[in-house]
Write a protein that binds this ligand. Structure first.
Ligand SMILES: Nc1ncnc2c1ncn2[C@@H]1O[C@H](COP(=O)(O)OP(=O)(O)OP(=O)(O)O)[C@@H](O)[C@H]1O
Length: 237
């Protein structure tokens, strides 16, 4: 589904990502894990072209992302960031309708999908008219996810999606969201520095350090067969 080949990103003299290659299968959840500044976000943003690579390429469903028109890419790749990334002057309904509108959906279809999503995410219908400042952190997070899932993208990228939440709410929202059947069918790449979160959510983990992947594999592989001392230290084994 997603193929990343030899991706490198240099910002002036800073090498942020160095020769990263990986693939993510359809319906799989891959977690990019690592310390602050190791290149996780830069890698994620090269998948949806928010950042252009210095070298290497990304294919989604066999097509190079550079060859896909922007609207196509946004329909196919949902994006969730910390705290939902909502515009302060958009109501919840406006936020969820963003991509369907961009794709020219009929208003009735958008409304039906919006109602379906807020029911699935257990947001009250009265929230539709509210602005982000009138919601709790957990609600904002769920709205961010509803917005990303609205047009049923086959791929969703998530950057520290639970980062703004307290540990209790974080666990709760995480379980709720990843329990959704919608997400089970979706190919997800999720960035976190939280080991527990990675072990809970990942089908496979790519552990990064200084721009490179140190080890990639199912959580059990990293736990039982850490590639080196860094992996052992990071996972506190
Ligand atoms: N636009 C930019 N210009 C210059 N340097 C950048 C830019 N964006 C990122 N960097 C640098 O590239 C490196 C990787 O950053 P990146 O945001 O990908 O790390 P990260 O692993 O996602 O970190 P965090 O968990 O703190 O968000 C860092 O050293 C960062 O300072």
């Amino acid at each position: 589904m997603i193929e990343v080949r030899n991706l490198t990103k240099r910002f002036a003299s800073q090498l942020a990502v160095v020769d990263v290659s990986l693939h993510v299968g359809r319906g799989e959840t891959l977690v990019l894990l690592g310390t602050s500044g190791c290149g996780k976000t830069t890698t994620l943003k090269m998948i949806n072209r928010l950042i252009e690579p210095t070298s290497g390429f990304v294919r989604v469903d066999g097509v190079d992302v550079r060859q896909q028109p922007g609207a196509d890419l946004r329909r196919r790749i949902g994006y969730v960031i910390q705290d939902g990334g909502l515009f302060p002057h958009y109501t919840v309904a406006d936020a969820i309708a963003t991509v369907p509108k961009l794709l020219g959906w009929a208003p009735a279809d958008t409304q039906q999908r919006t109602l379906e999503l807020i029911a699935k995410l257990q947001l009250p219908e009265t929230a539709l008219k509210r602005f982000p400042a009138e919601l709790s952190g957990g609600q904002r997070q769920r709205v961010g996810l509803a917005r990303a899932l609205a047009a049923r993208p086959p791929v969703v990228l998530m950057d520290e999606p639970f980062g703004a939440l307290d540990p209790f709410t974080r666990r709760h929202v995480r379980r709720e969201l990843f329990g959704l059947s919608e997400l089970k069918e979706t190919t997800v790449v999720l960035v976190t520095h939280d080991v527990g979160e990675a072990l809970e959510l990942a089908d496979r983990i790519a552990l990064m350090h200084q721009g490179r992947i140190v080890q990639i594999g199912p959580p059990d592989d990293l736990l039982n067969r850490p590639a080196n001392g860094f992996v052992r230290d990071f996972l506190d084994l």
